[in-house]
Design a protein around this ligand. Structure first.
Ligand code: PNW
Length: 510
């Protein structure tokens, strides 16, 4: 009894209809008592809440994000080839609890239900990724039209729900056959990526207007090809991703170069095959140096540091040059490249996408060396639930502000922000992720500040729409605004989904 009434409070909290769906159950045959599904009274709806100045510009996109290997499952369906994540997840000892993406959240088969859930959380845009080995099972050569057809159906479903599709072409699931031929160490991989990108743009750009090229260059290059030691709260964390290589600096720098080259060649391919007006940009995890004080000398120091921290990826993409400091520091280990490579890498973009979770460092001005000095972070610095996730909501202000002051991109999208939480289904059936609501309120307030100052951020994508396979953390780390029971595949929108829906409805921080 009490549980039922809690459930009704929970649903009414959003002033909207929210339906918890179960596999095979359509949203019009819900399991909730009928009363719980009634929208809030007309009086409650017209007593319009005030937004107190934290409103976003008209047309701001309230997005949510996912990625293919983390949600789809069905690794062999319709002729899909193996990816490096299929291989890596099946290598004993690599993933917590021996989890794999074989089933994930079965999105490949449940995508229609998932689009309904995404619509129910108020999203107006959805960032998903296309699995390269579905479309080119061996990475190159003959395409597999059935593979692309899945994404074509997903796009149709999204458009009919009024949600703008924003596919990413590479979210780390490289075809295994390309890895066997050298993977990102081979220049041919960049060429193969461009051919794949051109094929996808040709097939989807009648309906898809925005493409992201590659997700988080820095993460898959460094964590995948060498492994990274992160210091969080004074402790060192080792993070390694597929394909799990340990390259020397020279080879690692070449991998980084091939990744940005793949981006540039893909931009050109999409321009060549996409319908006029197709827009394209990268989705990089920006390394951000946060100034300790907002005063000209410290902000200048933060600009110098941020530019250098992004030397191998965003900076070369947006300026067409490797910085002098990067070339000097790498010396004989610098990547091999040509002027023509640099021209391709810096092909003009329509927007820049940046994933923003953490500051790389805090900095202050210095009259020594490069003009800035790293300020050590206290062991007491707050944290979210993921081992690496330092909580610094101000990065959603400083990231866009520095991106704008350094490079003046035409448009910016925040392609990911979000947090993990210790989510559990409560006795009443709800998931009370108040810490995630706290996180979203804080980061969206900081993002609002950047936009209010004139930074052209056009939308934000929360990572993630639904709980999913969190790479080497497996299924134990939940980032979703929808809870997924990984055994039954039952989906339950969390409190944060209701918060997001209300924020999107009012186009404001709520
Ligand atoms: C991003 N770190 O990855 C990815 O784009 C997503 O696929 C992922 O699920 C999400 O963020 C949450 O982790 C990251 O160690 C992986 O700092 C690792 C780190 C940051 C981002």
């Amino acid at each position: 009894m009490e549980n039922d009434s809690n459930r009704r409070d929970f649903v009414k909290a959003a002033g909207t209809i929210v339906v918890a769906t179960t596999p095979g159950r359509s949203p019009d045959s819900p399991e909730l008592p009928a009363e719980a599904l009634l929208p809030a009274s007309p009086a409650a709806q017209t007593a319009s809440p005030r937004n107190f100045g934290l409103e976003f510009p008209n047309g701001f996109l309230w997005g949510v994000a996912t990625a293919s290997y983390q949600i789809e499952g069905s690794p062999d369906a319709d002729g899909k080839g193996k990816s490096i994540w299929d291989t890596y997840a099946h290598t004993p000892g690599k993933i917590k609890n021996g989890d794999t993406g074989d089933v994930a959240i079965d999105h490949f088969r449940r995508y229609q239900e998932d689009v309904t859930l995404i619509k129910d959380m108020g999203a107006t845009a959805y960032r998903f990724s296309i699995a390269w080995p579905r479309v080119f099972p061996t990475g190159a050569g003959r395409p597999n039209p059935k593979g692309l057809d899945f994404y074509s159906r997903l796009v149709d479903e999204l458009l009919s729900a009024g949600i703008k599709p924003f596919p990413t072409l590479y979210h780390w699931d490289l075809p295994q056959e390309l890895q066997d031929k050298g993977g990102w160490q081979a220049r041919d991989t960049a060429q193969a990526f461009a051919e794949y990108a051109g094929y996808v743009a040709k097939g989807l750009s009648d309906r898809v207007k925005h493409f992201f090229t590659l997700n988080e260059f820095q993460t898959f290059v460094d964590m995948g090809h060498r492994g990274v030691d992160l210091v969080v709260r004074g402790k060192t964390l080792k993070i390694e991703f597929a394909p799990g290589l340990k390259l020397e600096p020279r080879a690692l720098n070449q991998v980084a170069h091939h990744a940005v080259l793949a981006h540039g060649l893909a931009v050109q391919a999409i321009r060549a095959t996409g319908k006029p007006g197709t827009k394209v940009g990268p989705a990089e995890v920006m390394s951000i140096a946060v100034p300790v004080i907002d005063s000209p000398e410290h902000v200048k120091a933060a600009e110098i540091a941020t530019r250098e921290l992004n030397a191998r990826f965003l900076n070369v993409i947006l300026t067409g040059k490797y910085t002098g400091a990067y070339l000097k520091e790498t010396g004989k280990d610098a990547p091999k490249f040509t002027d023509e490579d640099l021209r391709a890498i810096s092909s003009p973009l329509d927007f820049v996408g940046v994933n923003i979770y953490v500051p790389k460092m805090y900095v202050m001005v210095s009259d020594q060396g490069p003009g800035y000095r790293e300020v050590p972070m206290n062991v007491s610095h707050p944290k979210m639930f993921s081992s690496w996730h330092t909580f610094s909501p101000e990065v959603l202000y400083w990231g866009p502000r520095l991106l704008h002051s350094l490079y003046r991109p035409k448009e910016i999208y925040i392609t990911e922000n979000g947090c993990a939480a210790s989510d559990q289904i409560a006795a009443d059936g709800n998931v009370y992720d108040a810490d995630r609501v706290m996180y979203l309120r804080n980061v969206m307030t900081q993002l609002h500040r950047a936009i209010a100052e004139g930074v052209p951020v056009k939308g934000n994508f929360v990572w993630s729409a639904l709980d999913n396979f969190e790479w080497t953390d497996g299924y134990g780390t939940r980032f979703g605004m929808v809870y997924v029971d990984f055994k039954t595949q039952k989906r339950t929108p969390k409190l944060s989904a209701m918060w997001y829906r209300e924020a999107a409805r009012r186009n404001a921080v709520v």
